[in-house]
Every structure is written in structure tokens, then in C-alpha cells.
Design a protein around this ligand. Sequence first.
Ligand code: SAH
Length: 247
Amino acid sequence: MQSIRFVLVRTSHPGNIGSAARAIRTMGFSRLVLVAPHKYPHADASALAAGADDVLEGIVVVPTLVEAIADCSLVLGCTARRRGVSLPEITPRAAAAQAHEAAATGEVAIVFGNERTGLENEELMRCHAAVHIPADPGYSSLNLAQAVQVLAYELRLAQLEAQPVVDAGPRSDPPATAEQMEYFFGHLFEMLNDIDFHKGRSPVTIEQRLRKLFQHATLDQREVRILRGIFDDAQRMARMAKSRAEG
Ligand code: SAH
């Protein structure tokens, strides 16, 4: 979340700056950059920020968009209507997924235009994609701070959904111990031999890959029992097939 900044370009109404600060603060973000705001600082900004003072205090003001995004590896520009600019147009959800990924390794900017005129074509050309909130085509222009809220919400969802499922709550069974995993792997590899999975090839590489796969999965004890039950059955079937072939 620290790698994502919200950039407001040439904002006319200071109240919108305050509302945008509140919007991003509620979704766990803190970085707001203003490009050539018409009126800032202003009492309306503080009033509408409604206590999101840490965001207001951290606001950075710069004269141009180029400076606001200089160190960013992903820049997404939000537009209320289609422009004569050939940029891929994506939804806030797709934007959030891209931003979440890019934020792992670099800086990301989400850019918003002026209340009346939006972003200029030249500014949009500096973006990697245009984000459009799929509003009613007959009335597609949201209030600036509300557009900021939609993007901040989607970014928060993308972040929450990316958290590993194992952290979601207590698991029903205790996790398998290292010793249980060793018996599990022994059983798995023995079963693969019994069903002639390797067919004369070396088992080394596939065994390493399977180890990695099941270590990632962080199995619990019940899951180990279920899988070993399946291995038992596979071995039983292999024995039956063999004795039939021999008989
Ligand atoms: N008449 C302007 C409206 C600007 S609204 C225009 O046509 O662009 C102010 C800012 O809010 C926009 O520049 C954009 O960043 C954001 N915004 C408003 N509605 C939006 C929408 N439907 N999708 C994406 N961004 C939107």
C-alpha cells in the first residue's frame, strides 16, 4: 500500500482534495500527490478530510504530472469518457490487479483529472492504461473524490484477496509435522514406483518437483491421511493388475 500514490491533477475545488484524502485513508492508503492545485492549502480541504490528517500532512505538491510520476513503473489514468488517445481501457478491477502486482516491485500512480476538463491527452499519453469506471454512458462523470473512492476500494479488495487462504482463519486440523511429511513423501514415491509412473526414467527431478508442490500446499494432518489413503488404493490396484498379468 505504501508503493501506491493517488495523483490529483489541477483540482479546482479544495473540498474534493479533502474528500479524496478521506477516501484513500478509509481504504488504508496514505499517499496523495497534487499537481498544480488551483487552491491549496484551503480550509475546505481540511474540513472535508474529516480527520484524515495524516494524509493531508503527507501531501506532496508538484507543478507537473511528469514530476508526480517520475519514479513510477506503472501509471494508470482515470477518465470519465473515451478520448482520442489510443490507450488500452481497463476497469477499476483490472487496474487494481495490475497495480497490486506492480506495487510488489515498484512504484504505482493512479491519476485523476480536473473536475471540469479531466486529464489532457498529453497527460493520458504518459499513462500505461486508461481506467474507466463503467458508469451510465449517458451520465458517466463521477465526482472526483467518489472516483478516487471506487479505485481505492478496488485496490483494497485486490490486496485482501491476495492474502494466502491459510491466514483466513484457524484450520480444522493441526498442520502436518516434518516427520509426517517425510513419511508422506516416502509413501508418494513408493506409490509412483508401484504404478510404474517413471517407466524407466530417473525419478529424481519429478520427486523434487512434487516435494516443492506439497511443501507449498502446507498440508494438515487430515489432508495427509486422505492423500495417503489414495496412495494405498493405487498400490492395491497396481498389485491386483500385476498378479492378474502374472496369473
Ligand atoms: N468532464 C470531465 C469529468 C472529470 S471528473 C471529463 O470528461 O473527463 C474528474 C475526474 O474524476 C476525472 O478526470 C477522472 O479522473 C475521474 N472520473 C470521474 N468519472 C470517472 C469514471 N466514470 N471513470 C473513471 N474516472 C472517472
